[in-house]
Design a protein around this ligand. Structure first.
Ligand code: ZN
Length: 159
């Protein structure tokens, strides 16, 4: 009983933490006007800081090929097409709610094993843009969506 409780307490704390930091917010599944998006062409829009309250919209701002309709975790899982990251891919990360989380992969350090993945993301910290880095396992990444052409001769292919 004592051992069981010792395991339950940290897990519930983790769940509470994820509940706060998971990426909520419903994604507008209508494709936005690319004209109006591009008209904003300022430094601020290049950094995508207008999307710090929505992980998917931020990731799509950084990677405009990211598929639409990624509101729920099941949607995010469904578009996964790579078991490893390259710069320009998007990491799909489970959370304690039904939305899950998406994070843009800025770049990957392939020298260490396991590789170190550098994420830029929105709404992991509530309504903020932030960055993390670590191994796939340490960041609790399920898998990745990568755009066509992301893979290199140096990797074994998407899966
Ligand atoms: Zn690859």
């Amino acid at each position: 009983m004592f051992l069981t409780q010792m395991k339950i307490i940290p897990l519930s704390l983790l769940a509470l933490s994820l509940a706060v930091t998971g990426c909520g917010g419903v994604e507008d599944q209508d494709e936005p006007s690319t004209v109006s998006e591009q008209e904003v062409g300022t430094t601020e829009s290049a950094l995508c800081t207008g999307y710090c309250d929505n992980c998917v919209l931020y990731a799509r701002c950084r990677q405009d090929k990211l598929p639409f309709g990624l509101t729920y975790w099941s949607d995010k899982q469904a578009v996964v097409n790579s078991n490893h990251a390259h710069g320009g891919c998007v990491a799909m990360i489970p959370s304690s709610n039904s939305y899950g989380h998406a994070a843009y992969v800025d770049h990957v350090d392939f020298a260490p094993a396991p590789n170190v993945i550098y994420l830029n993301e929105a709404n992991w910290q509530p309504n903020a843009c932030s960055s993390r880095h670590g191994s796939k396992a340490a960041l609790n990444i399920y898998n990745f969506w990568c755009p066509a052409g992301a893979h290199t001769a140096g990797c074994a292919g998407p899966m």
